[in-house]
Design a protein around this ligand. Structure first.
Ligand SMILES: NC(=O)c1ccc[n+]([C@@H]2O[C@H](COP(=O)([O-])OP(=O)(O)OC[C@H]3O[C@@H](n4cnc5c(N)ncnc54)[C@H](O)[C@@H]3O)[C@@H](O)[C@H]2O)c1
Length: 374
């Protein structure tokens, strides 16, 4: 297998997830490009050095430009807070590197547009970290819908609830600051739900009305004991959505929903049935088909298996279950395939900006209290 040198910027949750995906993708898929771990970058030098050793990179640095300027690096992972996505992505694309950027694409549409312009001006490939859409079983569900298993699609209804910030005693972080993160739950969680809505329906949200709630308006300042900082973005975000295809939907996300750990749940309503998924049970989909014998009708659970490709890249037997990192490796495989074939992967920056525009329209709609076109 031909190798591709990779650099990862950021070493926390996503930096590790990308590094694990790089480590297993070649072995799992056995085709295309085998990633070679070149440079790891973190502004925290100690952390960067420790992680370099743990994760097996050749070098570490505190300066992301070192990664971008490294001639051995052809593909760069952006796994840092949202506020730095744009400057790194633009510099990387200008330097001729392929980019795997975490979601959301940026902190606002203007930044995302700059990133898209840089991608269009280069001949490099991009992909965004909307990993939940890369689950082989989710792909199988979409295929069943395309084959008519639930008739005509009449609605998309999704929720993404987590309890990351449900504890009012959790200190303030960059995620609760508009400048650093953009919107709150709207940026962090809604982008995943919108990516799923776009992927599953093959259509895009075209018109919407949004609503926000900031449940915990002050959080303790982690750097100044006894002081608090204002939370200036949303804990809960809801939208009624009309899609370009004519279907209607509801989208609801919360970062303060006790008990929900990765509660991304969605239903595709069809004229002849329904398909449902719950990310906390990522190896199952539920299918209800109206045309079955009424005496046996009911939701049926389909477990993931080798017929839901590329599950078979990891396991030969059904029901043994893939995990988050396996799905991240599927996402990477899409990007590596795009790099070898020159055919863009989904969701590239071209697709990502459509997701950003939905979040932006929600934000504007909340401010104006009006239904708005995306
Ligand atoms: N796809 C997913 O499911 C998913 C899940 C979690 C987070 N994310 C996204 O991944 C990104 C990172 O999230 P996280 O939870 O890993 O973040 P984090 O805040 O926990 O960690 C960020 C890391 O980047 C480093 N860093 C910050 N600024 C830097 C800079 N300028 N140069 C180099 N290193 C820098 C920090 O020291 C830290 O190690 C965010 O955009 C987030 O939205 C995606």
């Amino acid at each position: 297998m031909k190798e591709i040198g990779v650099g990862v910027i950021g070493t926390a949750f996503m930096g590790k997830a990308h590094s694990l995906a790089y480590a297993i993708a070649g072995t799992a898929f056995g085709d295309g490009l085998r990633p070679r771990l070149e440079v790891l970058c973190d502004i925290n030098a100690q952390r960067g050095q420790a992680k370099r050793q743990e994760m097996g990179f050749a070098r570490s640095t505190t300066q992301y430009m070192d990664v971008i300027n490294d001639p051995k690096v052809e593909l760069i992972s952006i796994c840092v807070p949202n506020v730095v996505h744009k400057e790194i992505a633009v510099a990387a694309l200008r330097a001729g590197k392929h980019v795997w950027c975490e979601k959301p694409m940026a902190t606002n549409v203007a930044e995302a547009e700059e990133m898209l312009a840089a991608a269009r001006a280069s001949d490099r490939q991009t992909i965004l970290g909307y990993n939940y859409t890369q689950n082989p079983l989710v792909h199988a569900a979409r295929q069943l819908i395309e084959e008519g298993a639930i008739g005509r699609v009449i609605g998309f209804h999704g929720i993404y609830d987590v309890d990351n910030e449900a504890d009012p005693d959790r200190p303030h972080s960059w995620r609760m600051n508009r400048e650093a993160s953009g919107c709150g739950a709207n940026a962090d969680l809604m982008c995943h739900l919108v990516s799923m809505a776009h992927f599953m329906t093959g259509s895009e949200v075209a018109r919407l009305v949004g609503d926000y709630d900031t449940v915990h308006q002050q959080r303790s300042d982690p750097k100044n004991q006894g002081r608090t900082l204002a939370v200036d973005n949303d804990d809960v975000c809801t939208a009624l959505a009309h899609f370009a295809s004519g279907i209607k939907g509801t989208l609801r996300v919360s970062r303060v929903a006790w008990g929900r750990k990765c509660g991304l749940r969605w239903e595709i309503h069809g004229s002849q049935g329904m398909i449902c998924h719950d990310q906390e049970r990522l190896n199952e989909i539920k299918l209800y088909a109206r045309n079955e014998d009424p005496r046996q009708q009911g939701f049926r659970t389909i477990l993931s298996g080798p017929c839901h490709q590329p599950y078979d890249a990891f396991l030969p037997n059904a029901g043994h279950a893939l995990g988050f990192i396996d799905v991240k490796a599927c996402e990477l495989h899409k990007l590596l395939t795009a790099i070898t074939t020159g055919e863009p992967a989904w969701p590239s920056f071209e697709d990502g900006i459509k997701i950003e525009r939905v979040m932006d329209a929600i934000d504007r709609s909340v401010l104006s209290g009006q239904w708005l076109d995306v």
